[in-house]
Design a protein around this ligand. Structure first.
Ligand code: MLT
Length: 407
């Protein structure tokens, strides 16, 4: 008899952003005249940088000719891209990461979801609350939790991120084995200092734990004192895997390209307590289950690191950050406490009201889509997240409408 994975029955009926899309579609069906402005899911809206488009066109032309055609590429990514990442993102910042430690993929969402299959079943897993739902749902699917009660899965350790700790949780008092961290944070937009990350690295060493560090939003950091990578912290290469993405950095949400760093020094342990390197395991998984990102997309990603690409990407992200500054200004003027939006495209707003009701009110009365905080965890109740990803004109219009409804 074919049987299902019953752990799926523990999940909420649908993924957060699917639930939101359904509510928006229902509203749009009721009110076809309403011009909905989307500041919900963090999806970029501007065209790709021209440096990327030029590189992609050239690569497509190469694919049309037998002499330069490419079939299967290396599953881990072409050397030209891994070299460019190692140089630009790491060695130019004084961090030693070798190209062989970089695994190119089609998304940080997939990588943060898939990485947990390298680890044992009976781990103590710590997740922030609020949290990017992928970290939780994939561990539920894998059977590492019991049922969800009052918004929390028994078996997970939740790291409350609240006003009291400036939305940056400290290591727990109890020992855990696997820790998910994301900075700049999705959803709160909070950032972590060197000292805060050092505390996590020290904790991971002390407890033989591993940190999964999601740095998908590092390109939005403008404060030079903040770390862009966990590998800026001494000893992190032994205890942390880092996830990066071109999605938000360079507008690749629909183009798909990301990368995961598994340093040679990074380790986990077998049942005998013997240290085992994780890079060969991820390499084995990646080569078995993944066939590489397409050649034209990797060429487009490489172009992000050219001088022209860097100037265009910075301008793109500065534009989104200008939206974020405006959202901060207008929502503060309406009397709401908030964080994020300075080194991050997300603004986390304390409404003190039921977050789904608040979301519905903004959708129905302002035709503006946000994300209800409760969708990210129990600590998200009483908050909404506003994303800065849209055109400046639409953000201005959305904020005018919100001010009319809430003002
Ligand atoms: C978000 O809005 O939280 C992100 O866009 C989701 C994602 O990157 O998958």
């Amino acid at each position: 008899m074919i049987r299902i994975n019953e752990h799926y029955a523990k999940l909420q009926a649908s993924y957060l952003f699917s639930t939101i899309a359904k509510r928006v579609n229902e509203f749009q069906a009721e009110r076809p005249d309403a011009s909905v402005i989307k500041l919900g899911i963090g999806d970029v809206t501007h065209g790709l940088p021209t440096a990327c488009i030029k590189a992609m066109h050239k690569a497509i032309d190469e694919m049309a000719v037998d002499a330069s055609f490419r079939g299967y590429g290396p599953e881990q990514g072409y050397d030209f891209l891994r070299d460019a990442i190692a140089r630009h993102d790491f060695s130019e910042r004084g961090i030693s990461i070798q190209p062989e430690e970089i695994f190119v993929s089609d998304g940080a969402k997939c990588d943060t979801a898939n990485i947990q299959e390298l680890f044992a079943q009976d781990l103590r897993v710590a997740v922030p609350d609020p949290v990017y739902p992928v970290y939780v749902d994939t561990n539920v699917m894998a059977g590492r939790t019991a049922n969800c009660e009052n918004g929390r899965y028994a078996g997970l350790v939740y790291l409350d991120s609240t006003e009291a700790n400036d939305y940056v949780p400290a290591p727990p008092s109890e020992p855990v084995d696997l820790i998910y961290l994301c900075f700049p944070n999705n959803p709160t937009g909070a950032t972590a200092t060197h000292l805060q990350l050092q505390a996590w690295v020290d904790y991971a060493k002390e407890h033989n734990a591993l940190i999964l560090f999601d740095a998908a939003y590092e390109a939005f950091i403008r404060d030079d004192s903040l770390p862009h990578s966990i590998y800026e912290i001494d000893g992190a290469d032994e205890v942390a895997i880092e996830f990066r993405s071109f999605s938000k950095t360079a507008g690749f949400t629909g183009t798909r390209c990301a990368y995961t760093i598994v340093p040679n020094a990074c380790r986990a342990f077998d049942t005998a307590g013997k240290s085992q390197p994780l890079r060969p395991l991820w390499n084995r998984r990646h080569t078995t289950k993944f066939n590489g990102v397409s050649y034209p997309v990797q060429r487009a990603a490489e172009a992000v690191f050219s001088a022209e690409g860097q100037a265009q990407v910075t301008a793109l992200n500065d534009g989104y950050l200008a939206n974020a500054a405006l959202i901060r200004e207008k929502m503060s003027a309406l009397g709401y406490a908030l964080v994020g939006g300075e080194n991050s495209p997300y603004i986390w707003i304390k409404t003190g009201q039921d977050s789904w009701d608040f979301f519905d009110r903004l959708l129905h009365d302002a035709a503006v889509v946000t994300t209800p905080g409760a969708g990210f965890g129990t600590c998200g109740e009483g908050h909404i997240r506003i994303s800065a990803f849209n055109s400046h004109t639409k953000v201005v219009e959305a904020l005018d409408r919100i001010a009319k409804v809430l003002g």
